[in-house]
Design a protein around this ligand. Structure first.
Ligand SMILES: Nc1nc2c(ncn2[C@@H]2O[C@H](COP(=O)(O)OP(=O)(O)O)[C@@H](O)[C@H]2O)c(=O)[nH]1
Ligand SMILES: [Ca+2]
Length: 430
């Protein structure tokens, strides 16, 4: 099964009837923008999120994650606003949404989204929580300009952190969140209880799956041919799909299967977030630099890099020197073996994925576009083996820094590393 995919390059706001939820990819080319918005808006509803339980066979209130619940606390027939921070491992992004509700008995429509981002992410300020929280203050200024002052006090603001903070020692993560909460509370916006937290990896996967499948029309179609999702972030990677085979349900680890009820249907999803196997965290592990902190003058070497290459790289607020192995091995084969050691024993593979269709985004998209596997503007359809082919190509070519990044991207696909699996690479535009 093929799916076309698009990348919405329009940075400008568009009108999208998210209430109707009847997007078809052909008829709504900018649906991907809406897609990410939905994930985030769903997350705005913290009370709802707290009902989602990752335990197997738990019925949840996920119906209420749908836009029908977006008439949050400040609903009226005028515009309503919501502010969502996505505190990712590589950057913090603010999404400011406005909705309109023409008639009080109708659902609100997404009218506009304003987006801004800063780098690095909060986790880079693990030892400087106040400074980290200041990055939020800057983004809140954008929100103050976007939301009319008459609406500030009724506009909820929520921050969800992902894998960067999950990887930090709890004390440091909590210190950051507490500073951030203080900054939000100093702002003129509405700060609901529990508005600043770390989102668990299972929610992250489920929300992305729900959103993609709503927007592709699968959840309310008769056939319910849902698609899986693959999200490759900086510090974690999520895979979520609806198993068709009993074998998958029976043979998967218990905590990979999550049940929830939505629209009178119970979904049993396979979902897992691999913490530490995001693109950047996996690269650190391959370099042997994970958890070493700032090591002065040490150069972390890998056969994934050209022999004579040496450079600096930053992740999570730490600078690393890294380079190739002079007079040593270099190239795809040895690089592959190195990366294999990092993922060995950590990945769960399921046979039925061979036949499945996935939507892949984040670094899957970025790297595929960077290496011309897909068009940056329109996305494309790929098979896992296309990533592999490209990895071989760039590692055996001239000294391209890319290739290190690339092999990891490909390895990170291993949860679905059956080369016949179709992957529709899509982008969630900024
Ligand atoms: N298109 C788009 N991509 C995003 C957005 N936010 C994050 N990304 C992508 O996510 C990747 C970075 O992951 P990040 O969220 O920082 O790390 P995580 O905490 O491990 O999920 C990059 O590929 C980004 O391009 C967004 O709002 N839109
Ligand atoms: Ca992310």
């Amino acid at each position: 099964m093929h799916l076309s995919s698009v990348k919405d390059k329009t940075a400008t706001a568009h009108r999208a009837d998210i209430a109707a939820l009847n997007y078809k990819m052909d008829s709504e080319p900018s649906f991907l923008r809406t897609l990410f918005s939905l994930i985030l808006v769903s997350s705005l509803l913290d009370s709802v999120l707290s009902e989602v339980d990752a335990c197997p066979d738990t019925k949840t209130g996920l119906e209420s994650l749908l836009p029908s619940t977006m008439s949050i606390q400040n609903a009226s027939i005028e515009s309503v606003y919501g502010i969502m921070f996505d505190a990712g491992s590589t950057g913090t992004r603010i999404h400011i949404y406005s909705f309109t509700q023409k008639y009080s008995d109708q659902l609100p429509e997404l009218e506009r989204e304003i987006f801004e981002s800063v780098k690095p992410g909060l986790s880079a300020y693990a030892d400087l929580p106040e400074q980290g929280a200041e990055t939020i203050r800057g983004l809140l200024e954008v929100a103050k300009n976007a939301v009319p002052s008459s609406h500030w006090r009724k506009t909820p603001v929520v921050l969800k952190a992902t894998a960067g903070l999950r990887l930090l020692p709890e004390k440091k993560a909590l210190a950051l969140l507490s500073e951030v909460k203080d900054i939000l509370e100093e702002s003129p916006f509405l700060v609901p209880d529990n508005s600043v937290s770390i989102m668990n990896g299972t929610y992250e996967g489920i929300l992305a799956w729900i959103t993609v499948n709503f927007l592709t029309g699968q959840l309310y179609s008769q056939s319910k041919q849902t698609v899986g999702i693959l999200d490759l972030g900086g510090a974690s990677t999520q895979i979520t799909f609806l198993p068709q085979s009993e074998e998958t349900l029976e043979q998967s680890p218990l905590d990979f299967i999550t049940s929830f009820k939505m629209f009178h249907t119970t979904y049993k999803l396979y979902t897992h977030s691999y913490l530490g196997l995001g693109l950047k965290a996996a690269r650190l592990a391959t370099l042997g630099a994970l958890g070493t902190g700032a090591v002065d003058k040490q150069v972390f070497r890998s056969s994934c890099l050209p022999r004579n290459m040496e450079s600096m790289w930053q992740f999570g607020g730490v600078s690393y020197r890294y380079g190739g192995i002079e007079n040593g091995e270099s190239g795809f084969k040895s690089c592959y073996a190195e990366v294999l050691r990092v993922v060995a024993g950590k990945l769960h593979r399921v046979d039925e994925m061979k036949e499945s269709t996935f939507y892949a985004f984040s670094y899957y998209y970025d790297r595929a576009a960077d290496t011309n596997l897909i068009d940056y503007d329109t996305g494309g359809i790929l098979e896992v083996r296309d990533f592999e082919r490209k990895a071989i190509e760039v590692t055996s070519g001239c000294a391209r820094l890319f290739y290190f990044l690339f092999v990891i991207t490909w390895k990170a696909l291993l949860p679905v590393a059956h080369s016949s699996a179709w992957t529709s690479v899509t982008s969630l535009p900024y």
